[in-house]
Design a protein around this ligand. Structure first.
Ligand code: NDP
Ligand code: MG
Length: 401
């Protein structure tokens, strides 16, 4: 049995809160050795009472970004959970990888912006990137069976005893890139459809902030809740999946599933589909990222299929919610374009949250910013950072009243 010593970056957020709950539930498996908040000092202090040994950092204070790096590279930590909203977790994530820590990634924005750089760094250092986003965690679980089949007994033993020490080029390496991707026909991401799933297109112009903040199935931070309403969340997740599992965009699909019980699926080349299901609670994927490769009993509620009654699926409304096509285009073009999409979206969402623009202005701004950008192919990290900064400036200009 392996206890993981975990640093939580973004410990005061919605994911941070669920992660602390998992640590309380499984003290033999998860010890919190560090926690950060941005500015909510009181909530961080409150959280620290439960985990008295943990080192703390406030990232909004002077020198805050250095403190985040310090936490991400704490000698006593073996895993860093990136639960910071937006791209603020990118540098700490790369620092954690360089220091040989596994990373558990909730913060999809860093994989959209710089997925190739993050995955390459992890591969080079032989550390694991464990998906926390529920869809990707589901896909990861579906692919695990694949891996076991392909693994000899001796290899399986090694995997069980020393999962963190596998060589970087190991064929069952959990960056997932070495899961035989030839066997995968499609990754099928499920989407709740958000609060406006059934709204006629012409009503979307009048969506209020309060309406957009009411997610039908998940309780989450404000930014991701708005992303779920525009479907940019699912768009970001398509690009996230492309990098985590090293499959091209054409093999990443989205299906609307209003109940959010099937968290995602993998279709293999024999047309068989595996899915992962659970109650909608982020403690499930967080726990699996931390206890992987073990399954550990917990206090989470099991599914009651008879009470559920039915699970529904429908095609996404691509014409009315342009986020999905914009994300597909960004993921297919690659280079700096995904970073531009992500940055413009972050600015537009912040503006919408401040009541500074309409709901459709979010995707209109992203589309316009993307169309004005000439993507740099094979971009390195500095080029990506530059594109990110340009897109933030340009989106802010476009949104100015
Ligand atoms: P929240 O807004 O609830 O929490 C964000 C956390 O990040 C807080 O701890 C906040 O600190 C901190 N933070 C905010 N801005 C910065 C910054 N500039 N630098 C450093 N830290 C910062 O977000 P969520 O927990 O909902 O989401 C976190 C990430 O996880 C997002 O990327 C989201 O897409 C992803 N995710 C979330 C899911 C969910 O169920 N919530 C599901 C799947 C993915 P403070 O409290 O001090 O402001
Ligand atoms: Mg998700």
């Amino acid at each position: 049995m392996r206890k993981r010593r975990v640093v939580i970056l973004g410990a005061t957020g919605s994911i941070g809160e669920s992660a602390r709950k998992v640590a309380r539930d499984l003290p033999d498996r998860m010890e919190i050795v560090g926690m950060s908040a941005h500015s909510n000092a009181e909530k961080l202090r409150e959280a620290a009472k439960e985990f008295p040994g943990a080192k703390l950092a406030l990232s909004s204070e002077p020198g805050g970004s250095e403190k985040l790096i310090e936490l991400a590279t704490l000698p006593e930590a073996d895993m860093v959970l990136i639960a910071i909203v937006g791209t603020g977790g990118l540098r700490p994530a790369l620092a954690a990888i360089e220091a040989g820590k596994d990373i558990a990634v909730a913060s999809k924005e860093i994989l959209v912006m710089a997925g190739e750089a993050v995955m390459n760094a992890a591969r080079r250092k032989g550390v694991h990137v464990l998906p926390v986003d529920s869809e990707h965690n589901a896909i990861f679980q579906c692919l695990e069976g694949q891996r076991a089949e392909r693994t000899s007994n001796i290899e399986q033993r090694t995997l069980k005893e020393e999962p963190a020490r596998l060589p970087a080029d190991s064929k069952f390496d959990v960056h997932c890139s070495t899961f035989s991707s030839a066997n995968i026909r499609r990754l099928i991401l499920t989407a709740s459809g958000g609060p406006f799933r059934t709204w006629p297109a012409e009503r979307l112009a009048d969506v209020t902030l309060e309406q957009a903040l009411k997610h039908p199935t998940w309780t989450m931070g404000a930014k991701i809740t708005i992303d779920s309403a525009t479907l940019f969340n699912k768009g970001l997740e398509m690009i996230e999946a492309r990098w985590l599992f090293d499959v091209e965009m054409a093999r990443v699909e989205v299906i609307v599933h209003p109940q959010s019980i099937v968290h995602s699926m993998v279709e293999f080349r024999d047309s068989s589909v595996l899915a992962q299901l659970s109650v909608t609670d982020m403690c499930f994927p967080i726990q699996y990222a931390v206890t992987w490769p073990d399954r550990v009993p917990n206090r989470l509620p099991p599914l009651d299929f008879a009470r559920l009654g039915k699970l529904e699926f429908e095609a996404p409304r691509l014409a009315d919610f342009p986020a999905l096509n914009l994300a597909r285009a960004a993921g297919e073009t690659g280079g700096t374009l995904p970073a531009v999409l992500n940055a413009a979206n972050e600015i537009a969402v912040a503006t919408f949250l401040a009541r500074g623009c309409s709901f459709p202005a979010i995707w209109q701004t992203v589309e316009r910013t993307m169309s004005e950008h000439r993507s740099v192919a094979g971009a390195d990290l500095p080029a990506i950072m530059e594109a990110d900064q340009w897109a933030r400036r340009r989106a802010a200009e476009l949104l100015r009243p």
